[in-house]
Design a protein around this ligand. Structure first.
Ligand code: PHE
Length: 376
């Protein structure tokens, strides 16, 4: 739901199965990925711990309860893994069934149940770019804290609320809490707050951390939107919420350079970490990469995410990055060409030429037949 996911163009392809998630990335209990993250520092006696909720949810929970409108780009089948879409692939509705795209999908249900403060952790699923920090499944921890109406105020109009001291108090508490968590986790790491927009918080912020020479987004947060609380029958209440990307955080904490490492069985990785201990990853020699380019004329309404998804489907976690390396429009033909460089690499073994060529050929033919491109 963050800025990188805001796309306005409708997709030409619809929900299709089977899901192109790597085999080991299907919904499974939280213990599957090797997250060497000790959660103690994030937990507090006051927060209820919720971490076994089903990742399959309704659009009602994932989007509508959170004021995410039906035409929001995050609801497109090019961004979200749908299980069923009763209204058809072009029509988003509250009744759609999908793999949650964020743990915020459980906010309203848990608040409705009467929880005042909770940390809700789970696997979330997004169709996205392919690089060292994006994987179609990752983990988030949602934090929610409601405040005493006697302290921050109760029912009021949205405008009154936004102008109130109570709203400022909650925003200040949120920032202080999250900065404290970062300091405790990372020590003196450089961090910065960015004003953001989420439909379900107001105001909204993003926290970034300086890592590997670049600013990296680790969480989105904000004061819970009055409309979300109203939808949950809690018009008298106010509070804050945040959503933390756990792999991103663990990558910084343990100096893990590639998000796919969380899914490897390689002992050289798994043996380096012990629960409860902060060990820095010691890189071992990587298997060699193999780069292949693919160029094609794109049809109208082409969505790069559909191409990335196809790459995931064909090569699974053997694809390390897919980068758009060249783009140009031929004015005479009125056609645009994209050239993508696909980097194949296994975390566990050397890949053979035959196997890479077979994958690349399959990718070429599927790109042509499924996305309607004209190969060059
Ligand atoms: N759900 C948001 C995301 O996945 C993060 C978020 C959570 C933002 C809670 C605000 C409040 O990007």
């Amino acid at each position: 739901m963050a800025s990188s996911r805001r796309r306005s163009r409708p997709t030409s392809t619809g929900a299709r199965g089977p899901l192109a998630l790597p085999r080991r990335a299907r919904p499974e209990p939280l213990t599957t990925p090797r997250l060497p993250l000790d959660r103690r520092s994030l937990e507090s006696a006051d927060f209820a711990i919720v971490d076994s909720l089903d990742p399959v949810v309704k659009a009602q929970q994932c989007f509508d309860d959170l004021l995410i409108p039906a035409d929001h780009p995050g609801r497109l089948p090019s961004d979200t893994y749908y299980i069923s879409r009763p209204g058809g692939k072009e029509e988003s509705s509250a009744a759609d069934t999908l793999l949650r795209t964020h743990t915020s999908a459980h906010q309203s249900t848990l608040m409705r149940e009467g929880k005042e403060a909770f940390l809700c952790t789970g696997d979330v699923y997004r169709r996205d770019e392919i690089d060292a920090s994006h994987f179609p499944v990752f983990h988030q921890m949602e934090g929610v804290k409601l405040f005493d109406p006697a302290v921050v105020g109760g029912a009021m109009t949205r405008e009154e609320w936004l102008a109130s001291e109570g709203c400022q108090l909650i925003a200040a508490d949120l920032k202080k809490t999250l900065e404290g968590m970062c300091d405790e986790l990372f020590g003196p790491v450089e961090k910065r707050w960015i004003d953001e927009y989420f439909p379900f918080t107001e105001p909204s912020f993003e926290l970034e951390i300086f890592y590997n020479g670049d600013w990296m987004e680790v969480l989105g947060c904000g004061v819970i939107h009055s409309g979300v609380l109203e939808n949950a029958g809690l018009q008298e209440r106010h509070g804050w919420a945040f959503g933390l990307g756990l792999e991103r955080l663990a990558m910084v904490l343990f100096a893990i350079p590639d998000i796919r490492l969380f899914w490897t069985d390689d002992k050289r990785f798994t043996k380096q970490f012990t629960a409860g201990q902060y060990d820095t990853f010691k890189p071992y020699s990587k298997y060699p990469p193999c780069k292949k380019d693919i160029a094609f004329w794109i049809p109208d309404g082409f969505e790069p995410n559909d191409f990335y998804e196809l790459g995931r489907g064909v090569a699974g976690e053997l694809v390390e990055t897919v980068a758009l390396i060249d783009e140009f429009t031929n004015p005479k033909k009125g056609k645009t060409s994209h050239c993508y460089r696909v980097t194949y690499r296994s975390m566990d073994r050397s890949l053979t030429d035959e196997e890479i060529n077979a994958l690349q050929n399959e990718l070429r033919s599927k790109t042509e037949s499924e996305l309607g491109v004209e190969l060059r």
